[in-house]
Design a protein around this ligand. Structure first.
Ligand SMILES: CC(=O)N[C@H]1[C@@H](OP(=O)(O)OP(=O)(O)OC[C@H]2O[C@@H](n3ccc(=O)[nH]c3=O)[C@H](O)[C@@H]2O)O[C@H](CO)[C@@H](O)[C@@H]1O
Ligand SMILES: C=C(OP(=O)(O)O)C(=O)O
Length: 416
C-alpha cells in the first residue's frame, strides 16, 4: 500500500497547473450512457475514480478511448445495464449510472453504495425522484432494481439539497416525456457543468445554476464536445498548503469565479492573492490568522474543504471553530492532526481548534479523501518527518498531488 513521506518546513514556490474537477468529470462520463453519439471530453483529470468510472462504463458496453486528458465515449452498443457491488463499493459516484441507464434503456440494476468514512450517505432521494418520474424500484440483495416503460416528467422536491441526487435526476429527466421541475436542486458548479454538457447534447434545461431546474424531455440526445471545469477543491487545497507552509505559488487553469467562499476565508487567514481570469498568485509570509466557519451547500463554504482549512487553523495564531453541517462524521482527521501536536477538541459537529506554534511530524493514517489532503498540508507545515499511510484515498481525487507539490519545493515522496 503506497504511503507519502514528507519532510515538513519547506516554503513552497513556483507554479501548479490545476486539473479538471473530479466531481464534474464523474457525472459527465456517465452522461455518455445517454446517447449513441460520440462524447468528446477534454480536461478529464488523471484520477483513480476516473479510471474506476471508465472501467464501470466499459463493462456496460460503452466504448471508451482515452488519450491523456482527452476521453471519447460512444454509447451505441450498450448491453449490460448494471453497476456491480465490486465497483460501487470502491466509488460511491457509481450511483450516477442509475438515472441515465433507466432513462435510455428502461432498466438498471445498481448496487446500493452503503455508508463510508464520512457518513451514512443514503440515496433515498435519488430513488424517490426516479419513482416520481414513474420508475418501479425494488431493493433486493443490496441492489437497486429499476424499471420503467418511459419516464414521465413531473415536479420533484428533494428533502435536502443533494449534489449527485440532482445530477442523477437531471440526466434522467432529459429523456423523460414532458416537463420535469427539480426544486431544491444543488447549485454546485459541477452540477452546472454537467447541465451545460447536456444542453450541448440537445437537452432542454432552464434555470441552470439555480435551485430550480426545468427540463423539457427530448426523445434522444446526440454527441457533443466538452471541456470539464477546473477543480475548485484541488485549487483551494494547494492554496491551503501555501497558507500553512508559507511561500509564493501561482496556480494555472483555475476557475476563480466559483471559489468565493474559500478565497474569502483564505484572505482572512492572511494569504495575499492576486487573481486573474484563470490564475491565482498566492503569497504567505506570516503565521495564519485563524478562521471560523460552517460548511454549507454552494455558494457557501464547501464541506470538501473543511479538513484542509482545519489543517491551516492548527498552526494559526489563535483559536477557531469549525462546524460541519453536511456529513455527520467528517472529523476523522482530528485525531490524526492531534498526533502531529495539534490541539483540537470536538463536540458533536463542531471542532474547537487552538492554534499551536509548531506541529511535529509523526506517522498518520489517511481515512478519506479530503482528510488525506489535510494531513499532507499539516505535514508540510510540521517540523520533521510525517509518514501518511493509506493514500489510496488521496489518489481517488487528486491528480498526482505529490508530483505537483514536489515541483514547488515540497519535500514529499511516494513510498511503495
Ligand atoms: C461525486 C461527488 O460529487 N461527490 C460530492 C457530492 O457527494 P454526494 O452527492 O454524495 O453528497 P450529497 O449532496 O448527496 O449529500 C448531502 C447530504 O444529503 C444526504 N443525502 C443525500 C442524498 C440522499 O438521497 N439522501 C440523503 O440523506 C447525505 O447523506 C448528506 O448528508 O456532494 C458532496 C456535498 O457537497 C461532496 O462532499 C462530495 O464530494
Ligand atoms: C466526498 C468526496 O467524494 P465522494 O462523493 O466521491 O466520496 C469528495 O470529493 O470529497
Amino acid at each position: 500500500m503506497d504511503k507519502l513521506l514528507i519532510q515538513g518546513g519547506k516554503r513552497l514556490s513556483g507554479e501548479i497547473a490545476i486539473s479538471g474537477a473530479k466531481n464534474a468529470a464523474l457525472p459527465i462520463l456517465c452522461a455518455g450512457l445517454l446517447t449513441a453519439g460520440d462524447l468528446e471530453l477534454s480536461n478529464v483529470p488523471h484520477l483513480h475514480d476516473v479510471a474506476t468510472m471508465l472501467k464501470l462504463l466499459g463493462q456496460t458496453g460503452l466504448q471508451v478511448k482515452q488519450d491523456g486528458e482527452r476521453v471519447t465515449l460512444n454509447g451505441s452498443a450498450i448491453t449490460r445495464l448494471e453497476a456491480p457491488y465490486e465497483m460501487v463499493k470502491t466509488m460511491r459516484a457509481s450511483i450516477l449510472v442509475l438515472g441515465p441507464l433507466l432513462a435510455r434503456f428502461g432498466e438498471a440494476k445498481v448496487s446500493l453504495p452503503g455508508g463510508c468514512a464520512i457518513g451514512s450517505r443514503p440515496v433515498d432521494q435519488h430513488i424517490k425522484g426516479l419513482q416520481a418520474l414513474g420508475a418501479e424500484i425494488s431493493i433486493e440483495g443490496g441492489y437497486i432494481y429499476a424499471k420503467c416503460k418511459k419516464l414521465k416528467g413531473t415536479r420533484i422536491v428533494t428533502d435536502m439539497i443533494t449534489v449527485t441526487g440532482t445530477e442523477n435526476l437531471l440526466m434522467a429527466a432529459t429523456l423523460a416525456e414532458g416537463e420535469t421541475i427539480l426544486e431544491n436542486a444543488a447549485r454546485e458548479p459541477e452540477v452546472t457543468d454537467l447541465a451545460h454538457l447536456l444542453v450541448a447534447m440537445g437537452a432542454k434545461i432552464e434555470g441552470i445554476g439555480t435551485d430550480r431546474l426545468v427540463i423539457q424531455g427530448v426523445p434522444e440526445l446526440h454527441g457533443a464536445k466538452h471541456a470539464v471545469i477546473s477543480d475548485r477543491i484541488e485549487a483551494a487545497t494547494f492554496l491551503c498548503a501555501v497558507a500553512a507552509a508559507g511561500g509564493d505559488i501561482t496556480l494555472r487553469n483555475t476557475r476563480t469565479d466559483i471559489m468565493d467562499a474559500a478565497l474569502d476565508k483564505l484572505r482572512e487567514m492572511g494569504l495575499e492573492m492576486t487573481i486573474g481570469d484563470n490564475w491565482i498568485r498566492a503569497q504567505m509570509n506570516r503565521r495564519p490568522t485563524p478562521v471560523s466557519f460552517r460548511t454549507t451547500e454552494y455558494p457557501g463554504f464547501p464541506t470538501d474543504m473543511q479538513a484542509q482549512f482545519m489543517a491551516v487553523n492548527t498552526v494559526a495564531d489563535g483559536a477557531s471553530r469549525v462546524t460541519e453541517t453536511i456529513f455527520e462524521n467528517r472529523f476523522m482527521h482530528v485525531q490524526e492532526m492531534n498526533r502531529l501536536g495539534a490541539a483540537i477538541e470536538t463536540d458533536g459537529n463542531t471542532a474547537f481548534i487552538k492554534g499551536v506554534e509548531q506541529l511535529i511530524g509523526a506517522p498518520v493514517m489517511a481515512t478519506d479523501l479530503r482528510a488525506s489532503a489535510s494531513l499532507v498540508i499539516a505535514a508540510l507545515a510540521a517540523r520533521g518527518e510525517t509518514l501518511v499511510d493509506r493514500i489510496y484515498h488521496l489518489d481517488r481525487g487528486y491528480d498526482r498531488m505529490e508530483v505537483k507539490l514536489s515541483a514547488v519545493g515540497a519535500d514529499i515522496r511516494r513510498i511503495k
